[in-house]
Design a protein. Structure first.
Length: 179
């Protein structure tokens, strides 16, 4: 199955889930194919990855990395993501609520932050995210955070690059991991 076919499968399954749950489906909450391709290009099977905002990123990361913890604020959504992972024959371990992930010691080679509907919480979590991640990716950085994220990253003495045209993402290196 190609990435495009897999994404179409995912969107179809998620739309059905949202109808069943009587929730509004927001396609913009899924990571972009541009970010998917970037993730695939940088991760190694031996990386330790924290995926904040379970969903399509959980599927993609688990296909390429052995040690992935995916977290989300919504227990019903986590159960659904667990079901999707099972359908793809992927590991369902370490799929946890965000408060559990916050207490996990780290460090992680990569933390992928997909804002979802609670992006302000992710900005509030910035200190512990930067403390535990060697590299951090913030999906939809402008849509979710506006200029607040860039200001916070500058204040935290982080190097960051903005990638992507339509829905940019930020790739961040906390100061202590710069070479």
């Amino acid at each position: 199955m190609t990435l495009t076919e897999m994404h179409a499968w995912y969107v179809d399954r998620v739309q059905k889930f949202f109808v069943q749950q009587k929730r509004k489906f927001l396609a913009d909450y899924s990571i972009t194919m541009e970010l998917v391709e970037y993730l695939i290009s940088i991760v190694k099977p031996t990386d330790a990855v924290l995926d904040l905002g379970a969903g399509f990123s959980s599927i993609i990361l688990r296909q390429h990395v052995d040690d992935v913890m995916s977290a989300d604020h919504d227990d019903v959504w986590l159960a659904f993501v667990r079901e999707l992972l099972g359908e793809r024959g992927l590991s369902q371990r370490d799929l946890v609520p965000i408060d559990v992930a916050c207490r996990w010691p780290g460090p992680y080679d990569l933390i992928c932050v997909d804002h979802g509907p609670t992006f302000q919480d992710r900005l509030n979590d910035l200190p512990w995210i930067l403390a535990k991640g060697r590299r951090v990716i913030f999906d939809d950085c402008r849509l979710a955070f506006g200029d607040d994220l860039q200001k916070a990253l500058i204040d935290a003495d982080c190097l960051f690059e903005i990638h992507g045209a339509d829905r940019p993402f930020a790739v961040v290196t906390p100061s202590r991991y710069r070479s």
